[in-house]
Design a protein around this ligand. Structure first.
Ligand code: ADP
Length: 450
């Protein structure tokens, strides 16, 4: 097992990894920008190294700085968290050359899934059901129009290099295609430096259901059930739950096995998420994330596992500590993402936390790097905490979420907490009856007061 690992990330996820490492008797090295000198992950890690100025590009995304920090500290492995370098195949190749272990999959698998067209082709060949769409990239508007007519509208034009909901445009009818095609292309070029796009059938009322998988890199793989992440704003997840309210045990077993078998054939190593749209009882693959997800704690709660611990073990060459038959969901878990944002427009609200009190009690987990007096820098993502509750069933989890949100105090900045108080009053949310458009539609007709 490793003696020391470096965490190439910040905020709650860096803290999450420090905690897993400490329980395993592994020393942790935090890296930080000058804006994060007083951050909680820096305080909690065993060592810390400053790697650059506030700009993410010059610090958390700077491969030379992170590799140097690793060399200086003598860390044997790097955990990338999510975002930043977590899905950067070149970074993983450089680590391989330097003989530093990457706590995640191989560069080859990251590259394979990072290109969405290759990912779809690969998954299709492995027997995973995909959204009907173009065979590969669509080179020009004429081809896009021909495909639209063949497939039938609505369709969605998506960036091959896409991520974070960018470079995606819906064409409801043939008249929209020209605009959708050109906009998706130029957005994609601007965001990813690559203007290749592809086309999929646009599903009108799907849920976003994702399967957590885990592989040992030597041909063994399991699935850890699904998460329903349909509550989204601008294609960004807001609330996640497990098990999915619409998914039956037999559907879970069926799609879970398809994913686990695919990962076993690939020889995939570590944690990964296979994302699907789910409509009328059918699953349609959209993409795979080759890393730990923000919402992994709901799976940890219902499965009773520590996914970060497992990632570290497998990266160190150990066997997985669970078998498929051990992985049966128990109860129900819900996560809400608490952002430093001002409602109703979700405008970023950085600033100083004058008072922070985390909720507690049975079945409550608060993953956050906040503390009294902490100054949230304006340079990064606005996620400041994740509140995860676990109950024996969904009604108990909902009641617990309501209770825990009531205990939470975050003073000094605006947060998205009032949104969750309001959502909990909604009969559709109480019934688990929502799809990927529900939240946008609800927001269009409701103003959430602070
Ligand atoms: P990204 O990598 O940018 O997050 P995804 O392919 O994962 O992009 O899609 C993000 C979200 O966009 C999905 O959760 C869903 O809400 C919507 N979406 C993507 N593809 C489709 C589709 N074919 N039909 C309907 N909605 C889609």
């Amino acid at each position: 097992m490793f003696k020391k690992i470096l965490i190439a990330n910040r905020g709650e996820i860096a803290l999450r990894v420090v905690r897993a490492a400490r329980e395993m008797g592994i020393a942790s090295v935090a890296v930080h920008s000058t804006a994060d000198s007083d951050a909680m992950h820096v305080r909690m890690a065993d060592e810390s190294i400053c790697i650059g100025p506030p700009s993410g590009t010059l610090s958390y995304l700077s491969i030379p700085s992170i590799v140097s920090a690793c060399e200086i500290s003598g860390a044997e492995a790097i955990h990338p968290g999510y975002g930043f370098l977590s899905e950067n195949a070149r970074f993983v190749e450089i680590l391989e050359e330097m003989n530093i272990a990457f706590i995640g999959p191989s560069a080859e698998h990251i590259r394979l899934m990072g290109d969405k067209i290759t990912a779809k082709d690969t998954m299709k060949a492995l027997g995973v059901p995909c959204v009907p769409g173009s065979d590969g990239g669509v080179p020009d508007l004429e081809s896009a129009q021909r495909l639209g007519a063949e497939m039938g509208y609505p369709v969605i034009v998506k960036a091959t290099a896409g991520g974070g909901g960018r470079g995606m445009k819906v064409a409801m009818s043939a008249a929209d295609m020209e605009n959708a095609f050109h906009t998706a292309r130029s957005e994609s070029k601007a965001a990813f430096g690559n203007d290749e796009v592809y086309i999929e059938k646009y599903l009108t009322t799907p849920r976003h259901i994702e399967i957590q998988i885990f592989g040992d890199g030597r041909g063994q793989a399991v699935h850890l059930g699904e998460r329903d992440c349909s509550l989204q704003r601008r294609h960004q997840k807001v609330l996640e739950e497990a098990p999915g309210p619409a998914i039956t045990a037999s559907e879970r077993a069926r799609i879970g096995k398809i994913c686990a078998d695919a990962m076993a054939k690939l020889g995939y190593s570590g944690a990964g998420t296979v994302e699907f749209l789910y409509e009328n009882g059918e699953f349609y693959f959209i993409e795979m994330n080759t890393r730990l997800q923000v919402e992994h704690p709901v799976t940890e709660a219902v499965m009773g596992v520590d996914l970060v611990r497992e990632q570290i073990r497998v990266a160190a060459g150990m066997k997985m500590s669970f078998r498929q038959e051990d992985l049966v969901p128990r109860g129900h878990a819900i996560e809400v993402r608490i952002n430093a944002e001002k409602l109703p427009d979700f405008a970023p609200s950085p600033g100083t936390i004058s008072h922070y009190h985390a909720p507690g009690g049975l079945g409550v987990r608060m993953d956050s790097a906040l503390y009294d007096g902490y100054k949230i820098p304006p340079n990064y993502d606005s996620l400041i905490g994740k509140l995860i509750v676990h109950g024996r069933d969904r009604p108990e989890a909902l009641a617990r979420l309501d209770r825990a949100l009531g205990e939470l105090i975050v003073d000094g900045v605006h947060t998205t907490v009032p949104l969750f108080h309001a959502l909990l009053q909604e009969p559709d949310i109480q019934a688990g009856d929502y799809n990927i458009h529900w939240l946008e539609q609800w927001l269009a007709s409701h103003t959430v007061a602070e």
